[in-house]
Design a binder for this molecule. Structure first.
Ligand code: KIV
Length: 266
């Protein structure tokens, strides 16, 4: 069995110019399939609020949900670097509360790292001191949906572009392992990737980041509510599920399932 990837492995991948592949996962079986396919980093994203629980945004996700889904994903994987998202308001109130909640996520799930959104450089530094690897997340940060409104692309204006660049450098200085960069112009994705030593993992940030992350349900056609422009549907798993279930329904109705081979012997 291959050893689980560490923070150092992620940084070495960037140093040798190898792209980092990343996907979200939320449960044991999907995480197992994704891990076996060789994805380097699996994020137990708080996007689960939307794609698993059908919420409108990520704001109602709780620590208990992240622990439950995070543990399942860790159990289903052996190679991937697994990062678990810190939910809304689990780290914004104070650095101390952030450390306590990050520690709880790490010890309860067995994850490789925590991820949080925004420019919380002091929290990042303190977690690294505690031995907790951190993945940052800048650009469009979905927990700020109410503040951002309908504007998805961040860093179009020079002032915001410079602010994102500055935060990225400060988070790297604080010791984070990798940075997720969401929905910024391609030129900014390229610039930040060139300036940072750690891998910059893009989503909707163009072609030149050090790696790419996507929501697994998006690339499999399993989240019909909305397909973002930055995604590509690699297979229509949602349609396959519907076709399979239709066959199952027909077989039960027509009494061809269960069959003789399914009968348990006394
Ligand atoms: O929660 C999530 O799935 C994420 C990805 C979109 C990067 O943060």
């Amino acid at each position: 069995m291959e050893k689980r990837l560490t923070s150092q492995d992620m940084i070495k991948m960037k140093a040798r110019g190898e792209r980092v592949t990343a996907l979200t996962a939320y449960d044991y079986s999907m995480a197992r399939a994704i891990d076996r396919a060789g994805v380097d980093m699996i994020l137990v994203g708080d996007s689960l609020g939307m794609v698993v629980y059908g919420e409108e945004n990520t704001l109602r996700v709780t620590m208990d949900q992240m622990i439950s889904h995070g543990s399942a994903v860790v159990r289903g994987t052996s190679r991937a670097f697994v990062a678990v998202d810190m939910p809304f308001m689990s780290f914004q109130v104070s650095v101390e509360e952030g450390i306590r909640n990050a520690g709880r996520l790490m010890s309860a799930t067995g994850a490789s790292a925590v991820k949080f959104e925004g420019s919380h450089t002091e929290l990042a530094g303190r977690l690294v001191e505690c031995g907790i690897p951190v993945v940052g997340h800048l650009g469009y940060t979905p927990q700020s949906v109410k503040a951002f409104g309908r504007e998805i692309v961040r860093g179009r204006a020079m002032e915001e572009r410079e602010r994102i660049m500055d935060w990225a450098l400060k988070l790297e200085e604080a010791g984070i392992t990798a940075l997720v960069l969401e929905s910024v112009p391609e030129s900014l994705g390229k610039q930040i990737s060139e300036e940072l030593r750690i891998p910059v993992i893009g989503i909707g940030s163009g072609r030149f980041c050090d790696g790419e992350i996507q929501v697994c349900y998006d690339i499999m056609g399993l989240y019909p509510d909305f397909t973002p422009k930055h995604t590509r549907i690699f297979s229509q798993v949602g349609r396959t599920v519907t076709r399979s279930v239709k066959k199952y329904v027909r077989a039960v109705k027509e009494r061809t399932f269960p069959g003789e081979e399914n009968v348990l012997r006394p």
